[in-house]
Structures are given as structure tokens and as C-alpha cells.
Design a protein around this ligand. Structure first.
Ligand code: SF4
Length: 304
């Protein structure tokens, strides 16, 4: 049997493999475990040998999606989407061009001499500065991308696909129970962001909103948020708690990055820099987001 469907369980090839397969307790348990692995940040796929094991493994992906669809928990779905897209990306890195193009086609990512049409590019490009259209070379109305960037776009396509899970109609009782068990597996760190309007500048409030909704933040947004939280004197544990809302949260890496940023003395960037990152969402005229606090104190206390 072709292992392509196993490596990419979201493809039509995988659907064909599953034709006639039935959902049973073992598959549901495997689907549950697949999601649990994502919550624990275990990126490695399972090694399978027999045809039956391959079918079960692909079916476990379908079961995992049913569980997630029933649960409707954005945080767990986000963790699953990030984990599965990273597993698929690790496979993609080892594929030949034909296989890469086969997956790319699944998302309509069709390049000709490394050129991709702008709407598809915008649909799948990561939200980070190097990918902003303004920073790209445009040739004949198309965006030039490297092979590595093409893989990154495919990875993003896979992640988005994984996040888009329909709610199943009348799911089996075992699927519902698996979803309830998953809620008990949620990390101990739970984001508690209790801020009221005006506590922080609008760009930071917007980032808090994204974290609350467990949305993925681009690298520049994470870095800016960290410098800001360090800048206002927030304790490391409190910052980690905020970052724990991100779908790809890893406590060890987060703590390392915070202490690294502190050690290096990274400063909060100016409003104009934040604007160039695409993260500014208001016209505060304060020059630097940290000044928000001085100015709002002046507003509260009045100028004597
Ligand atoms: S003007 Fe500055 S503080 Fe206000 S939203 Fe933009 S970047 Fe943030």
C-alpha cells in the first residue's frame, strides 16, 4: 500500500484508503491519543508496518477530527492543527518534487518558475514581516517564492485545513466521551488574562484577544508582546501563563525566550516599527507603546 495516504491523512488518497473501514473503540482511542500527543507537543508520527495498521492510523486521524468537531474547543483544535501540520512538514522536507507538488495541488498552490498568484499567496503566507507583500519580489503580477517558502505555505495550508473541522451530526456516544476526557488533559497553565479596556494600548489588547481565542501569533507579534510585558515589569510566570493560550505553546521554549529577551535587554519597539510589522491598530500618537502607562496615569491623576 502507498504510504502517501499515511503521511498525509487529509488527502483524497487517504479517503480512498478508508473506504469501507469502520469506526470502532480502538480507532477512537487512537484518535484520542493522537490529540493527546498534540497537547503534549509530541511531534513524532507513529511507525506502522502492516496494511491493517496503516488503515487504522489513517482512521485515527478521521476519528480525531470527529472528536474535535464534537468538542468545538478552539484551543485543543489549534494545538492539533499545529502538531499535525508540523508532522506533515517533516515528511514534506524529505519528499521529491513530484510528491511536494501533489500536496501543493491539494491547496491550489501551483507555481510556475517559482511564481505564485497573489490571492493564493495571501491565503497561505505566514503573517510575518518577510512574507508581507510589500517585501516580496513581484514578477508579471505574481509573487516569487523559494522552494522552502513553498513548503512553508503548504504547511500553513495544512494547518488551516486542520483547524477547519465541521461539527458532526449526532456523533457516536464514544466520540463524545473521548471529547470529555480530553478536557481533563488540558495543560495546567490556563490563560487568565483579566484586563479592562484602557489598561494597555490597543495593539496589545488586540494581541490579548487573539491569545484568549487561542489563535496562532506570528513571530513578530510574540516577540513584541514579550518585550512589552517585560517592559511593564510583568513576572516571568505571569508571562508564561499568557503565552500558554497559544496553540503551539511549549513552556520550556517560552521560558527560555523570555529570559533570553531579558538578558539581551530587548526594548519595546517604537510605534512606527510596530506599524511596519502590521500590528498597529490605532493612532495613539505616543511614539512608543510603553508611554501608554505614563499618559494614562496623567489622564487619571490629572496634571498638577
Ligand atoms: S499607535 Fe502605538 S501604541 Fe497605539 S496601537 Fe499603534 S503601535 Fe500600539
Amino acid at each position: 500500500m502507498d504510504n502517501f495516504a499515511l503521511r498525509y491523512p487529509f488527502t483524497d488518497d487517504a479517503k480512498q484508503v478508508l473506504e469501507g473501514a469502520e469506526l470502532n473503540s480502538r480507532i477512537i482511542e487512537m484518535g484520542f491519543q493522537r490529540i493527546k500527543n498534540a497537547l503534549e507537543g509530541k511531534a513524532a508520527g507513529k511507525i506502522v508496518y502492516s496494511e491493517n495498521e496503516i488503515i487504522e492510523e489513517i482512521a485515527s486521524y478521521a476519528a480525531a477530527r470527529m472528536i474535535l468537531g464534537t468538542l468545538g474547543n478552539q484551543f485543543i483544535t489549534g494545538r492539533f492543527a499545529v502538531n499535525e501540520s508540523k508532522i506533515a512538514r517533516a515528511h514534506l522536507n524529505k519528499e521529491n518534487q513530484a510528491a511536494v507538488n501533489r500536496i501543493a495541488l491539494h491547496f491550489g498552490i501551483i507555481t510556475n518558475e517559482n511564481l505564485l498568484d497573489i490571492p493564493t499567496y495571501l491565503k497561505y503566507c505566514p503573517k510575518s514581516t518577510p512574507y508581507r507583500l510589500i517585501n516580496r519580489r513581484i514578477v508579471s503580477g505574481k509573487v516569487e517564492i523559494s522552494e522552502n517558502e513553498k513548503l512553508r505555505l503548504i504547511e500553513e495550508g495544512i494547518r488551516k485545513h486542520m483547524e477547519d473541522i465541521p461539527r458532526p451530526n449526532d456523533p457516536p456516544e464514544e466520540i463524545k466521551k473521548a471529547g470529555e476526557r480530553l478536557l481533563l488533559e488540558l495543560p495546567k497553565h490556563q490563560t487568565r488574562i483579566t484586563v479592562k479596556e484602557g489598561d494597555h494600548p490597543p495593539c496589545i489588547m488586540k494581541l490579548f484577544e487573539s491569545v484568549k481565542k487561542h489563535q496562532n501569533l506570528p513571530h513578530t507579534a510574540r516577540w513584541y508582546l514579550a518585550t512589552y510585558l517585560i517592559g511593564i515589569g510583568m513576572e516571568e510566570d505571569a508571562i508564561v501563563e499568557i503565552y500558554s493560550g497559544l496553540p503551539d505553546f511549549n513552556e520550556k521554549i517560552t521560558r527560555y525566550q523570555i529570559s533570553h529577551a531579558k538578558k539581551k535587554g530587548y526594548r519595546v519597539p517604537s510605534c512606527s516599527t510596530i506599524m511596519s510589522y502590521g500590528l498597529c491598530c490605532a493612532v495613539c500618537r505616543i511614539g512608543n507603546p510603553l508611554k501608554w502607562h505614563t499618559i494614562s496615569n496623567i489622564r487619571k491623576e490629572g496634571i498638577r
